[in-house]
Design a protein around this ligand. Structure first.
Ligand SMILES: [Cu+2]
Length: 133
C-alpha cells in the first residue's frame, strides 16, 4: 500500500521532468534572453560572467564607441569553435541560442584583454529514486 504510493509519486516526478525536458527542446521551458553589454571600460563585457539555464538565449549588445567581437576561446584552434560574432559595430547585437551545458570562455579578437565567460547549467536530474526508499 505504502510502496504503491511511492511508485505513483515517482511516476509523477518523472512525468513532470519529462514534460519539462520536452518543453525545453522545443524552446518553451525556460524562456528568456539574458543580456551582456559591451562597454568602453572595465569590465568591458558586463556582466563578465553570465550563467544560463538550458534553453535560455544570450544576447550581446555593443553599447561602446568601437567595434568588438565575441569570440569563443576555442575559435581558431583545432576545432570546437562554438560562436564568433565577427566585427560587432556600435549599436549592433549578437545572439547565441541553444548552447549545450558547459563553460564557454570568450574574448574580443580585436582587444584580447577583453574577456568574459558564459556558463550553461546542467538540466535538473529527471528521475529520482523514491521507489527504492
Ligand atoms: Cu574589442
Amino acid at each position: 500500500m505504502f510502496k504503491n504510493r511511492l511508485k505513483r509519486l515517482t511516476w509523477a516526478l518523472c512525468w513532470v521532468g519529462g514534460a519539462g525536458l520536452m518543453a525545453a527542446s522545443s524552446g518553451f521551458a525556460v524562456p528568456g534572453t539574458l543580456h551582456v553589454m559591451l562597454l568602453d571600460r572595465e569590465p568591458f563585457y558586463s556582466p563578465r560572467a553570465l550563467s544560463l539555464r538550458p534553453g535560455q538565449t544570450v544576447q550581446w549588445q555593443n553599447r561602446s564607441m568601437q567595434a568588438h567581437t565575441i569570440t569563443h576561446d576555442r575559435c581558431g584552434r583545432s576545432g570546437g569553435c562554438v560562436f564568433h560574432s565577427g566585427r560587432l559595430h556600435p549599436g549592433e547585437q549578437f545572439t547565441v541560442r541553444d548552447l549545450a551545458p558547459g563553460i564557454y570562455p570568450y574574448h574580443c579578437a580585436i582587444h584580447p584583454f577583453m574577456r568574459g565567460v558564459i556558463v550553461v547549467d546542467r538540466p535538473p536530474t529527471r528521475h529520482s529514486n523514491t521507489a527504492e526508499l
